[in-house]
Design a protein around this ligand. Sequence first.
Ligand code: PLP
Length: 466
Amino acid sequence: MRYLSTRGRATPRSFSDVLLAGLAEDGGLFMPETWPQFSAAEWREMRALSYPELAAKIIAPFTAGCISEETLRELTQEAYARFDHAAIVPVTQVENGLFVQELFHGPTLAFKDMAMQMLGRLFDHVLTERDESVTIVGATSGDTGSAAIEACRGRKRLNVVILHPEGRTSEVQRRQMTTVTDSNIANLAVRGTFDDCQDLVKAMFADQSFREDVKLSAVNSINWARIAAQIPYYVYAALSLGAPDREVSFAVPTGNFGNILAAWAARQMGLPIRHLCVGSNRNDILTRFLNANDMTMNDVVPSLSPSMDIQVSSNFERLLFELLGRDPEACTRIMTGFRTSGHMDVPDDIWQSARELFSGLALDDEATETEIRHLWKSSGYMADPHTAIGIAAGRAARTPGVPMIAMSTAHPAKFPDAMVAATGIHPALPPSLADLFDRPEHYKVIDNSLGKVEDAVRSFVLANAG
Ligand SMILES: *Cc1c(COP(=O)(O)O)cnc(C)c1O
């Protein structure tokens, strides 16, 4: 399988190259040259597989020419071995026709583990083959950093440096990062905001000599491998509820559009999906687009669902590219216009074609809390704020006779304050994290200064090499 850039000015690449590169050199996102197809008979046969086996089968066409299905099976077995539920991605019912698929049974209790646990192992595999090592640098406001750290800890070809804004992540989220003791992991608490952290990471990537010295790399949500590793659970849920002999719909609490794009990819591969529903909080750029063709950037407002507090959904560019009939010039024109004007000018027919499949619903914090309380009272289901938004979006778009499956993206114990406010109950952390608050933390507080952060990364990499 080869990969093309949505902007059309990058040379086609292999899966391994795309994995290590992340973003294409023309600023675009990598897309597979063709969509792998499975027939109805092939989907039916997959019903017998365990989740790791199914994941290897679905990912294999994307890694063809680089990584065999047999190797993938070893990687998926390892990646999901530490999950605390035997089904890995269990599906439960909350209402008539409305189901929830829990994606939070991994080590950091959020759905980021689904892709990140694979990504860490894929990096390790490819770097071992090439006898190389890299330094992964990332900025986080919470879930991504801890998932990256958990996935990469102890892997000797990977140095990981995660920047978080000092005092601005939740305590559970910070402790999940800073209590890890492996020597290849470093946490920097930046005196600044999440945006400052992100700017520092961008500046490090723009500093060519620094970038080469420490062999900089990233595991952010535009990495194609992360999308590929998110497709299998949609297949798993759909097959459990009758596909390919019956259609299903999905609802997804959405931030960067990575998770729901994976559902869309499953549909491209032949899975019968009727509707895809986007759930947003007050940062509702995507739902405004779907409901009124209004994709205008606003300031980010903090909400009860912080992992969806975003201004721009990077992965939307991949859908746009497809809706434009894979026309890279049109895609480049629209995306550069968006960057300069803050408004995405999507032609009316393209918007209409998006609406045939996608719908959107936005909930403010009050409506989110009401939804959490409703689910708890009517079904005894504890949904974290992100999940509650997804469920509400799914209910609103349900078609009778078509199962609606909402993605549960975080364990409620990650957001105890919101849960107590809505239900009066303080959800317990699972046993693997029960002593989180007793473990010592390791991090370095650092000024919001590119020079100081680069020095810290350099000396960390040097110390680890020796
Ligand atoms: C990252 C995240 C999301 C958003 O997922 P995208 O792929 O960015 O759309 C939703 N919920 C939780 C809990 C997350 O961590």
